[in-house]
Ligand binder design. Structure first.
Ligand code: FAD
Length: 382
């Protein structure tokens, strides 16, 4: 995202008149939205906030009062703080046969012109009705008929949620997805065949503000951020859109003023993409590096621009190898390690970790089973 810092922050209060009460949700709905952004929130975010206010006005009986003020704290206030109350994450509030109709707030291409393929950041308005925790996924049912089951809807596609539970507007009413358009190239001609392009990712990337979208979920527990120890170490490994859950974590750790959770540990992100233009959310992550140098580390592997020490392409496992001593020590001291992205990332990473373990005279199999047993090992690949 092209984020430029703005020096002022908006404080917005929106009272929604016709919110329906939720029987399914374990979360109490708050009848007002408010947020204070901080000086470094992006101009884009400000534009989005403005459009959300417009959307709120369009979608409901709304009274809006908005003022622009100097931010008072270095972190963004979030609401409704009742979203912190439940002890268990929300799960499957909406199912495929009874999905929730949400609305698209914005769709933004977030990669540069030299990135292979297209990735979009998509903000979805759920009006507070589809609460989730960081690291969970939403299901999306694309419109149209399932070609394999005539008359039936398409199967659900899962997408990791890329925002915190408060959403990109800090009001608990939106969720964001980071979606790569699945495009099909004929292996013989090398030409794109649009008839075989991915149904749901193209629907999402082509959608427009106000469009309706059928959502299920939220689902998933494996990538939840353990918060029992605010001084824990979290090592996050991603390829491409696998960065989505980590964007949520990092906003929670460094951007939001979350009641009763003040992070003082270490978050270390390894992100593998093709080239500089393919980097996702780089401005946000660079900002954390600048503001929280003792609590955040960020290593990138750009496979088409950098070489590993053997002269081959630089993949995320090459970066892991570079820091393997530190990583192993952190794991021995209880660090959590997360993997998210394409399935194909895991064999290379596992081979590297196994080799490093053997070089250290350790058995990788024993270490892995210990990490799993201790719930330090979190994998979500697709
Ligand atoms: P589909 O229509 O399902 O097609 C799948 C693939 O087959 C496409 O590449 C398509 O081009 C190809 N294809 C279609 N027809 C043919 C044909 N006739 N011959 C050969 N090939 C064909 N994705 C993200 O982008 N971001 C995320 O954050 C994300 N999170 C996920 C989290 C989880 C837990 C899981 C399980 C998956 C996640 N995914 C994510 C992947 C996502 O669910 C979809 O699988 C992906 O978007 C492709 O779905 P689609 O409907 O666009 O493609």
């Amino acid at each position: 995202m092209s984020h430029s810092a703005v020096s002022q922050a908006a404080a917005v209060s929106v009272s929604i008149g016709n919110e329906r009460s939720l029987t399914r949700s374990v979360f109490k709905q708050n009848n007002s939205i408010s947020f204070n952004t901080k000086p470094w929130s992006s101009s884009l975010a400000l534009t989005q906030k403005t459009s959300t206010i417009r959307d709120a006005k369009r979608y409901s009986n709304t009274t809006i009062c908005m003022s622009v003020q100097q931010a008072s704290s270095s972190k963004v206030n979030v609401s409704p703080i009742e979203l912190e109350d439940p002890t268990d994450p929300p799960l499957n509030l909406y199912k495929p046969k009874d999905s929730y109709t949400a609305k698209i707030v914005s769709v933004e291409r977030v990669v540069g012109p030299k990135a292979p393929g297209e990735t979009c950041h998509i903000v979805i308005d759920h009006d507070g009705n589809l609460p989730y925790w960081e690291g969970q996924s939403y299901g999306v049912i694309p419109p149209g008929e399932n070609p394999k089951k005539p008359g039936a809807p398409h199967n659900v596609r899962l997408y990791s949620i890329a925002s915190t539970r408060y959403g990109d507007f800090f009001d608990g009413k939106t969720a964001s997805l980071c979606v790569r358009r699945a495009v099909y190239y004929d292996p013989e001609t090398g030409k794109e065949d649009p008839s075989k392009n991915g149904v749901c990712s193209n629907f999402l990337c082509d959608s427009k503000p106000g469009d309706k979208i059928q959502i299920t979920g939220p689902s998933g527990k494996v990538m939840l951020l353990p918060e029992n120890d605010p001084n824990a170490t979290h090592i996050m490994i991603a390829t491409g859109t696998g960065v989505a859950p980590y964007r949520g974590y990092l906003r929670r750790l460094f951007m939001e003023n979350v009641p009763n959770y003040k992070f003082g540990g270490l978050a270390w992100l390894f992100l593998g993409v093709a080239n500089t233009d393919s980097l996702l959310y780089d401005d946000e992550f660079s900002k954390y590096l600048k503001d929280h140098p003792d609590n955040f580390r960020f290593d990138k592997a750009l496979s088409r621009e950098e070489k590993n020490k053997k002269g081959g392409k630089m993949y995320v496992q090459d970066k892991i190898e570079e820091y393997s001593d530190e990583i192993f020590k952190l794991l021995d001291n209880g660090a959590h390690i997360y993997f998210c992205g394409l399935k194909g990332m895991m064999p290379g990473i596992q081979d590297t970790l196994k080799r490093v373990a053997e070089e250290r005279g350790e058995s990788w199999d024993a270490k892995l089973s210990q990490l799993r047993k201790n719930k330090q090992w979190h994998v979500e690949v697709y």
